[in-house]
Design a protein around this ligand. Sequence first.
Ligand SMILES: CCCCCCCC/C=C\CCCCCCCC(=O)SCCNC(=O)CCNC(=O)[C@H](O)C(C)(C)COP(=O)(O)OP(=O)(O)OC[C@H]1O[C@@H](n2cnc3c(N)ncnc32)[C@H](O)[C@@H]1OP(=O)(O)O
Length: 218
Amino acid sequence: MNDALDDQWNPTDQDGSPHEGGFRARFDVTTERGGPRYGEFNEQVRLLMDRVRYACPTGELTDELIADLKSINGKLADVQIDEWHTPAGTRIDLPARGNITVPPYDVTDAGPDGVTAQITFRPYHLGGNDAAHGGQVAVAFDDLGGMASALKIQGVSRTAYLTVNYRSITPLRTPLTIRTWVENLDGRKVYVKGTLHEGDRLCADLDALFIRLKPGQP
Ligand SMILES: CCCCCCCC/C=C\CCCCCCCC(=O)SCCNC(=O)CCNC(=O)[C@H](O)C(C)(C)COP(=O)(O)OP(=O)(O)OC[C@H]1O[C@@H](n2cnc3c(N)ncnc32)[C@H](O)[C@@H]1OP(=O)(O)O
């Protein structure tokens, strides 16, 4: 990526601290960033992706849609900030903490013993044959495995490996139960397990290793 683009997507944060790479030792949790309708905004973006995934627009409509999307992108270009201060990823009151790149989940229970959430893969998470893409299942496990690790160690960790076993089809548009928990702690090594169920049926399970970051580790 050239310097101009890197500056656009990876600016120095508003506190003026240089970008350190990787994760930071602080993790902001918010409920107000982006305002009271930020969740509705997220939902419209997800709906857009659902509609795009299954759309077959005419040439004329594509021209119109490009103009509309250019207008929307122009508005969003005016409100770009650094990643550490965006609502996305920190809004714990919203599905998937307001991060539209993660399949939407609602945490129903979370603590040092693990995390339980209801998750619904959207139409745009299609892999094929009306089932979820395996990579999207892995995204959900990574995020919620990372959360289980964070809540256990009260600190920041990074995924070293993530093994997903796909045991049966993961349906779209269906509320599923996803669980993650720390199975074992060994120094900085945080061993995480997880399951994804539709009712009693196991769709996938997780075996992952997260490594607690050292103070100041980029
Ligand atoms: C109501 C709700 C409340 C909500 C509360 C909100 C809280 C939410 C909080 C948070 C949610 C966050 C969710 C996001 C989660 C997403 C996480 C990601 O996707 S992270 C991006 C992908 N991962 C990378 O890019 C890593 C790239 N790799 C690295 O950076 C390094 O390799 C790293 C840090 C993983 C390890 O490097 P080293 O230098 O620090 O450590 P070394 O010495 O290499 O390893 C330490 C030990 O681990 C073993 N190890 C390391 N990697 C291993 C591997 N792949 N397999 C087996 N062992 C491994 C080593 O052998 C060593 O073991 P020995 O201590 O000697 O016994």
